[in-house]
Design a protein around this ligand. Structure first.
Ligand code: TRP
Length: 335
């Protein structure tokens, strides 16, 4: 039987933070070690164009994200690691899928709907500032997924709808033409934490509450010290379950250490002390990778060569699949 194929993309806007690490990167790299699975990870740089028009930012973010995955030990002999824009068949497939995706389905996409709603609330024209890129975003994502006949798509909750749309588009295509596509499924892990940011809300670039993954040691300590706490004094019992400090702790500590910290909270550990221990825990897990990250960031030629090798492997799949798609819809050489 064919191995189960896992695929996920990372949009290349912004710098990876602890929330990305705990919620996506760490579990993905761990899963890619499993020989029963075949992993495809890619830099979604065409997706970046939807929300960012700063070329320098996209370039820098692509480099940071690639360096992050490599520094954390992604085995690129096993996992296929590539850049979306190197796979020319992806925009090609996007067009064919556009011709199979119902506009009405796209009207229901959350990101698009939220933009329309924001316009209506501020009295603007409903279409104000909305590009065809934003509107067609789920079709590009469907092409990413269907191109590699992926089974499982590990994503955050906000992306489940997009995976379902990909499935819907695949079904329609298979029905109208021939059984070319595997039907993908979103995979949302219940046991993987959605990390809180420094202000206690979900850690997210859009809330400006992130802790970048590879901050230099001093800056990491400072960022952890800024995590929001309540005003309870040393010696006063603290509730671990409503504490961002404890939640961060649990995301990095093993079960035994988590139980110990829970007890420390009940015994009234001082916030300063809890944060000091938290810094040490996180710093220990990341310091070695941080050194490789720094080296990789100084060696873009190496990163590029890894991505090029990934592209060659990815295109072995995508060029074959695209041929089947063209044949299915009636495009291609005369016979
Ligand atoms: N849209 C996803 C995000 O913003 C990134 C992404 C692009 C993706 N293509 C994908 C995720 C394909 C999974 C599969 O998080």
């Amino acid at each position: 039987m064919a191995r189960q194929r896992i695929l996920t993309g990372i949009t290349t806007t912004g710098t990876p933070h602890l929330g990305n690490y705990v919620g996506a990167i760490r579990p993905s790299i761990a899963a890619s070690e499993d020989d029963a699975k075949e992993s495809f990870f890619f830099l979604a740089d065409y997706h970046a164009l939807i929300k960012c028009s700063d070329p320098q930012m996209i370039r820098e973010s692509s480099k940071q994200i690639a360096a992050t995955w490599l520094a954390l030990g992604l085995n690129t002999e096993k996992a296929v690691f590539y850049r979306q824009s190197d796979i020319h068949e992806i925009p090609e497939l996007t067009w064919v899928l556009c011709c199979n995706a119902a506009k009405g389905l796209m009207n229901r996409a959350h990101a698009y709907k939220a933009a329309v709603q924001a316009n209506e609330e501020s009295g603007e024209d409903a279409d104000f500032g909305i590009t065809m890129g934003l509107f067609s975003y789920p079709v590009l994502m469907a092409a990413d997924i269907l191109m590699f006949n992926a089974h499982k798509i590990p994503v955050g909750r906000d992306q489940i709808q997009h995976v379902e749309m990909a499935r819907d588009i695949a079904q329609r295509f298979n029905h109208n033409f021939s059984e070319v596509f595997t039907l993908p499924e979103a995979e949302v892990s219940e046991d993987i934490a959605v990390l809180q940011g420094t202000d206690g809300r979900k850690m997210s670039k859009s809330y400006n509450n992130t802790i970048p993954l590879f901050l230099p040691e001093k800056a990491l300590r400072k960022a952890i010290n800024k995590v929001k706490t309540n005003l309870l004094e040393p010696g006063e019992p603290k509730n671990p379950d409503d504490s961002t400090v404890f939640q961060l702790w649990a995301a990095f500590a093993d079960a035994g250490e988590t139980a110990r910290m829970r007890l420390e909270f009940e015994n009234g550990i001082a916030w300063g002390e809890a944060k000091k221990q938290l810094f040490e825990l996180i710093n220990n897990e990341l310091s070695e990778a941080r050194d490789s990250y720094t080296r990789l960031m100084d060696d873009p030629g190496y990163i590029e060569s890894v991505l090029q090798q990934g592209a060659v492997r990815a295109r072995e799949h995508s060029s074959r699949l695209m041929e089947r798609v063209r044949a299915a819809v009636g495009i291609g050489p005369m016979r």
